[in-house]
Design a protein around this ligand. Structure first.
Ligand code: NDP
Length: 321
């Protein structure tokens, strides 16, 4: 294993809106950032927007922009401002002493940095059925706020019984003619207040004790209906919908940091309220890896900016030269 001889001022891990925004701000602050865009942990560099077709809620694009186009623009701007990008996975980190150490790539190279910004994001959990994979981005989505508007006045289904499913069902009920919440049990896990709003909403129906076994119609490249199986009797029925929203939780990409940083019980990195500071001074976190409430590209970008500004101020305080 080789090691990079220089100690970097800041290394950024992650290449979604949070990582690239941190890169843009850190480069402009003359921190000569190095950003790792990994393949293994988020699937592809660029984060969750890489699997989003049309983005209509990112400010600055009055028509729309595709997720991959938006991320290509983020990346180009990051490079243009002077951020160095390595297309390598970070394999492990050591935050127990400064400079912090990071091992990346294959063959592995050791890097050192005075500060680290973590922006490794989160991944939506999926149902893991073959027809879901075939129709992702073609009627199957994991984000109602991102894609709901494509289903205006149509009938859609949402899977899950937690707060996210409730929130997304409410959001979709404002756009769609009918929303069916599909839940595998006979009671929701969501907070009582959210449940009540959903159960009292006339546009929302609940399919209790139900799970989707198949989504039609991959041959047409669009969603036309789903097959529901009763989780108690095994009986099946067809529900006609044009959209399926999966809201069964997200998994933050934090396995690299277990034992090194304080995490919430749900695995997300703990940051101090109103800042990007983690439990280790000099290590900052931005974007979905530390946010299970808002989870939007624009909030991720905003928190990437915060992380770069926090880093700059922290570096100035600890090494005032
Ligand atoms: P949760 O883990 O709370 O809920 C996931 C839901 O999906 C559960 O009802 C679960 O069913 C169901 N589920 C899980 N896997 C499958 C599967 N393979 N097939 C079918 N159903 C499945 O995730 P959320 O994203 O809803 O919430 C995450 C956290 O964020 C929670 O702490 C929540 O309170 C919080 N949150 C808060 C909000 C707010 O305060 N405004 C908004 C959104 C989230 P089962 O119940 O049977 O296990």
């Amino acid at each position: 294993m080789s090691s990079s001889s220089t100690v970097r001022k800041v290394i950024i891990i992650g290449s979604g809106p949070a990582g690239h925004t941190a890169g843009i701000y850190a480069a402009r602050a003359n921190l000569q950032p190095l950003l790792f865009e990994g393949m293994a942990r988020g699937g592809i560099p660029g984060g969750q927007l890489m699997i989003t077709n049309d983005v209509e809620n990112y400010p600055g694009f009055p028509e729309k922009v595709t997720g991959p186009d938006l991320m290509a623009a983020f990346r180009a701007q990051c490079i243009h401002q002077g951020c160095e990008i390595h297309a390598e996975d970070v394999n492990r980190v050591d935050f127990s002493a400064r400079p912090f150490r990071i091992w990346a790539g294959d063959p592995e190279v050791e890097y050192a940095a005075d500060a680290v910004i973590i922006a490794t994001g989160a991944q939506a959990k999926w149902l893991d059925i073959p027809t879901e994979v075939a129709l992702k981005g073609r009627g199957v989505s994991a984000c109602a706020v991102c894609d709901g508007a494509f289903f205006r006045n149509q009938e859609v289904a949402i899977v899950g019984g937690g707060d996210t499913a409730m929130e997304e069902a409410m959001y979709l009920s404002g756009l769609c003619s009918k929303v069916t919440v599909i839940h595998r049990r006979g009671e929701f896990r969501a907070s009582k207040a959210m449940q009540t709003r959903v159960l009292e909403n006339k546009k929302i129906e609940v399919a209790w004790w139900s799970e989707i076994t198949e989504i039609q119609d991959p041959a047409k490249g669009e969603v036309t209906s789903v097959t529901l199986r009763d989780t108690r009797s095994g009986e099946t029925r067809t529900l006609t919908v044009t959209g399926v929203f999966v809201a069964i939780g997200h998994t933050p990409n934090t396995d690299l940091f277990e034992g090194q940083l304080a995490l919430h019980d749900n695995g997300y990195i703990k940051t101090e309220a109103g800042s990007s500071r983690t439990s280790v001074p000099g290590v900052f976190a931005a974007g979905d890896v530390q946010d299970f409430v808002y989870r939007q590209a624009v909030t991720a970008a905003g928190s990437g900016c915060m992380a770069a500004l926090d880093t700059e101020r922290w570096l100035a305080a600890v090494s005032p030269h």
